[in-house]
Ligand binder design. Structure first.
Ligand SMILES: Nc1ncnc2c1ncn2[C@@H]1O[C@H](COP(=O)(O)OP(=O)(O)OP(=O)(O)O)[C@@H](O)[C@H]1O
Ligand SMILES: [Mg+2]
Length: 459
């Protein structure tokens, strides 16, 4: 059945209920056609999807097919009491909210309703606003629960340093920024590759921030950090049954991330068994929590990252070829720090400020001596190594000897911005064997600027 949307009903405004109702999918279970029609008519202009069932067995069939956010349930029906049916459904893996509508509200019913976890109780007869408000409250609570879950998850697993935005003005980073801007509005999945510490996660977060999903969650999952079974449960959710036959449902991260972005980090480390399940999810955009009889449709953008050579993993049989082709649609290769030394000054300044604020210490001066040494180092650990060096130095109150400024500046200039700049440009030029075009590219400035500076310094 086609469900009318808010657009079909010109007179209805959604403002009163915020955005809550527009995302809701609702199942009405009531034996009275009059009540079903009344509910259907008032809900369809506001809600994303509304379905109806005249008895509990039809309702169970609909629940097998689709996920509903809320079931509006009549309690007294000819064959089965609504609350008894709800109790049975809980065992099968139905954990969405239920709103009970009844004309006979006695204390026993209320207690029983509490026990099976009914979210709200609306007495018949009711006005349309009463039921709309009850639904909006339910959806708001669901969103709060999800936000709370994701925030706790983020606090437990996340390296808070990765929150920053993608810094740097070198040609390499500008190029990456250009790609991110181009793919941001698309639903396409993106694979970030490159050595450890090059900023794959920072880039993925930046892309999420630029995308139309930016106000929805960005959920990172490190595939290397957890065992196959735990990873599958974490991703897809699971239904567990205790010895008394009572079930509890744990929603997976894919479900919690709905509407947003799921970032699967270290994807090469994903166990084979989970790879197969993931491929199905990406292709069908539906998940079935482990142990559950019911599938849930998904709305997610996927991003992946790895510092491994995925093609080699496919060749040696540790990564599924079909999954590789499915995720390798747009690939963004993050450059090593050694390829963009021009960004060192900006990154250092940013890390120095961030960590000095966090540690409550004074920033260490980035003298030309220090910068020269930073620029002549290879940075095998890339930006992460640079960040760690700055943090450690702030804790120690000085740079380690190999990076510290040994005293007076070699060319005797005062420690002005100009001297720092001169030293930095000269170091990069030296690294490029005097090739000014290459030095300009690494520094993210024009060739003319380098020529002008060199002329000024009579070089
Ligand atoms: N361009 C950048 N701008 C700002 N910070 C950056 C940038 N690149 C990297 N960083 C910082 O470097 C650290 C490492 O970045 P990130 O975790 O994104 O690297 P990665 O490529 O995912 O590394 P790994 O493969 O080891 O997981 C982070 O703390 C991040 O703050
Ligand atoms: Mg990473």
């Amino acid at each position: 059945m086609k469900t009318p949307t808010a657009k079909d009903h010109k007179t209805v405004s959604n403002d009163e209920f915020g955005e809550s109702l527009s995302i809701a999918s609702i199942l009405i279970v009531d034996d009275e056609p009059g009540m079903r029609n009344f509910l259907f008519k008032i809900l369809t202009p506001y809600c994303r999807r509304v379905e109806q069932a005249s008895n509990v067995s039809d309702a169970a069939k609909l629940l097998d097919e689709t996920h509903f956010d809320i079931v509006i349930l009549d309690n007294i029906m000819p064959k089965e009491n609504g609350l008894d049916w709800l109790k049975e459904q809980r065992k099968l893996g139905f954990y969405a909210d239920a709103i009970l509508i009844t004309a006979f509200a006695d204390l026993d019913t209320a207690i029983q309703a509490l026990r099976v976890g009914v979210a709200d109780f609306v007495l018949k007869p009711f006005r349309s606003n009463q039921i709309l408000n009850a639904i909006a409250r339910c959806i708001d609570r669901q969103e709060l629960r999800r936000e709370n879950y994701l925030l706790k998850y983020e606090l437990a697993v996340e390296n808070l340093c990765v929150r920053g935005r993608l810094m740097g003005r070198s040609a390499e980073i500008s190029n990456i920024r250009g790609i991110l801007n181009r793919v941001a509005p698309l639903p396409t999945s993106v694979l970030f590759t490159g050595a450890s510490g090059t900023g794959k996660e920072v880039a993925a977060r930046t892309l999420h921030g630029l995308s139309p999903r930016s106000n929805k969650p960005f959920v990172p999952v490190n595939c290397a950090a957890i065992s196959a079974e735990v990873l599958a449960n974490e991703l897809f959710g699971c239904l567990t049954r205790n010895s008394d036959g009572e079930t509890t449902q744990k929603d997976g991260l894919l479900f919690h991330a709905r509407g947003g972005t799921l970032f699967l980090d270290e994807i090469a480390e994903m166990p084979m068994a989970v790879q197969g399940a993931l491929l199905r999810v990406i292709e069908e955009m539906r998940i079935r929590p482990i142990g559950s009889m019911r599938e849930v449709p998904l709305n997610l953008r996927f991003m992946f990252a790895t510092n491994a050579d995925l093609e080699a993993c496919v060749k040696n049989g540790t990564f599924r070829a079909d999954l590789y082709h499915r995720i390798n649609v747009v690939q963004v290769e993050m450059p090593k720090l050694i390829q963009r030394k021009g960004d060192i000054l900006e990154l250092c300044t940013m890390f120095m400020k961030t960590f000095a604020d966090r540690l409550g210490t004074m920033p260490l001066p980035l003298t030309d001596g220090v910068l020269v040494k930073l620029a002549s180092y290879d940075w095998p650990g890339n930006v992460r190594e640079l960040r760690n060096l700055i943090e450690r130095s702030l804790i120690d109150g000085e740079f380690p000897p190999e990076f510290s400024d040994s005293g007076a500046s070699e060319i005797g200039l005062p420690d002005s911005l100009e001297s720092v700049e001169r030293r930095h440009i000269l170091t990069i030029l030296k690294e490029c064997d005097g090739n000014r075009a290459e030095a300009a590219r690494r520094l993210g400035v024009s060739r003319k600027t380098i020529d002008r500076k060199c002329a000024m310094w009579k070089m």
